[in-house]
Design a protein around this ligand. Structure first.
Ligand SMILES: NC(=O)c1ccc[n+]([C@@H]2O[C@H](COP(=O)([O-])OP(=O)(O)OC[C@H]3O[C@@H](n4cnc5c(N)ncnc54)[C@H](OP(=O)(O)O)[C@@H]3O)[C@@H](O)[C@H]2O)c1
Length: 303
């Protein structure tokens, strides 16, 4: 990679923090920033930050990710998820710098019964999904040298996510009821980060022949939220924890402000073909994350 840094936007987020870990492990030159250093909703803030560090490539790991809250804050979601990527892509186009941008399976309506390919039409069901689809279009319109990576059901030992919520509820309750008719792929932020660093290295090494475009990046396989929860508790049990019973319920019994795709499974053939990237089975990342979290708890109790 060149001597210029990789700019990572979104310092405290799950993927941004995983990027910091992956970057440190591989001695990559990363400059990571989030609010208040860079505010994606302000063009001047984006330009000032990027002008200051002159990156070789930009990775946008920042987003408005509160899926249910976005139903009542759609304008704010669009400011962050559409206008932010637009400002980034405009700056990148003006300075001939590539942009790696992260998007979501929620751009699809989930009516398919086969995994979504990158060529399938977007039809988001929620304000969050609409704002992310608009962000993708903003990047494509402003900058040809982009890679958009759609991922799903992201979890890590940091931040708020389904895995951590399950462990917390599991410590409080004997029975947990979890939706069993929505399908997707739990994907570790660490695996996403590692793949993004690989992609950055690849496109910087050979920009002229880089396979710019949109790709699906999720762990191997798929499950339901109920299957995800059961796997989390199976992993916690291995670590010696008491675990609750996990009952399967339909979406209708767990109404949420935002509609989610019923089938959000993404086909990852293209990213394997273009970049040789294939993430491990989703169960492996879950076990690793649960080990990390339960080990932290044990250390804290001992300390
Ligand atoms: N989480 C999922 O399940 C999931 C699923 C599919 C795709 N994705 C996508 O994956 C990417 C990373 O998600 P994540 O789970 O790592 O997100 P996250 O943990 O919610 O972090 C999002 C980050 O964005 C920052 N941010 C929000 N508004 C900003 C602004 N105006 N300017 C600068 N930074 C701002 C937040 O900063 P503050 O700390 O200041 O709020 C936060 O650090 C996003 O593009 C998301 O849409 C996530």
């Amino acid at each position: 990679m060149s001597g210029q840094p990789i700019a990572v936007i979104g310092a405290s987020g799950q993927v941004a923090r995983a990027l910091q870990r992956a970057g440190a492990e591989r001695a990559a030159n990363l400059v990571v920033a989030g609010r208040p250093v860079i505010d994606l909703t302000r063009n001047a803030s984006v330009a000032a930050f990027l002008d200051g560090i002159e990156p070789s490539i930009v990775i946008n790991a920042a987003a408005y990710t509160a899926v249910d809250k976005a139903e009542t804050e759609e304008a704010e979601a669009f400011r962050i998820n559409r206008d932010g990527p637009h400002y980034l892509a405009k700056w990148c186009a003006a300075h001939a710098v590539p942009l790696l941008h992260i998007s979501t399976d929620y751009v699809f309506d989930g009516c398919s019964r086969t995994p979504y390919s990158e060529r399938d039409a977007c039809h988001p069901l929620s304000a969050y999904g609409r704002s992310k689809a608009a962000g993708e279009d903003a990047v494509r319109d402003a900058l040809s040298e982009h890679i958009i990576v759609r991922t799903a059901w992201v979890y890590s030992a940091d931040g708020n996510n389904f895995l951590k919520t399950m462990l917390r509820l599991g410590a409080e309750r004997d029975v947990i009821r979890v939706v069993a008719d929505q399908y997707g792929t739990p994907t570790s932020a660490d695996d996403i980060a590692s793949a993004l660093i690989d992609i950055a290295g690849r496109v910087l090494a050979n920009r002229a022949s880089a396979p710019w475009g949109t790709y699906h990046l999720v762990a191997d396989g798929h499950t339901t939220w109920h299957g995800f929860a059961r796997e989390i508790f199976a992993a916690a049990e291995v670590e010696g924890y008491n675990t609750p019973r996990v009952d399967a319920i339909p979406t209708a019994d767990y109404p949420t402000p935002a509609r989610r795709p019923q089938f959000g499974v993404l086909d990852t053939t293209e990213i394997r073909r273009a970049f040789g990237i294939a993430l491990p089975p989703w169960q492996e990342g879950v076990a690793a994350c649960v080990r990390r979290l339960t080990h932290h708890v044990q250390c804290a109790h001992q300390g």
